[in-house]
Design a protein around this ligand. Sequence first.
Ligand SMILES: NC(=O)c1ccc[n+]([C@@H]2O[C@H](COP(=O)([O-])OP(=O)(O)OC[C@H]3O[C@@H](n4cnc5c(N)ncnc54)[C@H](OP(=O)(O)O)[C@@H]3O)[C@@H](O)[C@H]2O)c1
Length: 289
Amino acid sequence: MKVLVTGAGGLLGKAVTKYFQQSLEVVAFTRQGLNISDYVAVEKAVKDFSPTIIINCAAMARVDACETEWASAEAANIDGPKHLATQAKAIGASLMHISTDYVFDGKKTSPYTIEDQPNPISAYGRSKLLGEEAVIDATGQYFIVRVARLFGIGGNNFGSKIFDYLSAAKKSGNKLKVCNYPVSQATYLPDLVIRLGEIIEKNQSGIYQVTNSGEIVSWYEFTCLAIEMMGLEKDLLTIVDYTDLGLPALRPHYSALRCLLSEKLGLAALRDWQEGVKEIYQHFCEANN
Ligand SMILES: NC(=O)c1ccc[n+]([C@@H]2O[C@H](COP(=O)([O-])OP(=O)(O)OC[C@H]3O[C@@H](n4cnc5c(N)ncnc54)[C@H](OP(=O)(O)O)[C@@H]3O)[C@@H](O)[C@H]2O)c1
């Protein structure tokens, strides 16, 4: 099996490339190597490598920037997936396209399934939903995988850096600001990439929704777990209401996901996200000893 990865310089793209390279032939393109909104470049890359599967990790994932930079969001999140889907179909390859919980409006109080109607409340969410639709329209064999709150060792985001942030707050005495809303489930990258491989093996077209299992929490509760592991006090934190942050884009208040297709295919729920936090803590301890 030959795998073509796009967006390989990003958080997920790096994890996907590293994982699939262990057992498969992989060609991985960062944005500099392949801009997926360039139709001619996509056509050439796909024809040259002739992959069995394309895993699209490329996206304009800067949620707030999408509000003001719609042309870039459209190019990366709609046109790009469409080009990949068209080229995948042309050579009989499958396309795995990564999407988001932000396609939903967050008004539910129980996990969203694919039977729930998407209703994005941000430009990012709209562009990602239109990207999903473009993939479904253009390709033959597709796996759309909605994920939420990615975190993993070495990632440059809140979930991945939590122990560094807490350690810095303890040293400086400056409290760490965290939001107690919105709530969602986190997705630990090492677990996610294994699940992506399993989905490819099952070879069943459709929309998947993959997060770890466990409590549905805000970044506040996520941080409290890390505080507990470090033996620190919660007074190191200041709770902020995310609506007071003045962020340009709205976020769904509640966006836990349930995957009906994985259940149907007999794929067991991923372990509790807290196990991922424990692994990040172990790594932090080893790196700081
Ligand atoms: N991170 C999360 O918590 C989260 C949550 C839900 C869903 N997702 C989804 O997961 C996927 C991966 O996200 P991520 O967190 O890995 O984002 P990321 O770290 O920002 O990675 C995305 C990569 O795509 C690249 N890119 C942007 N436009 C491109 C284009 N036109 N052609 C080729 N590459 C392009 C970016 O390059 P530049 O950096 O140079 O722009 C970046 O390297 C996305 O589909 C995102 O919507 C992520």
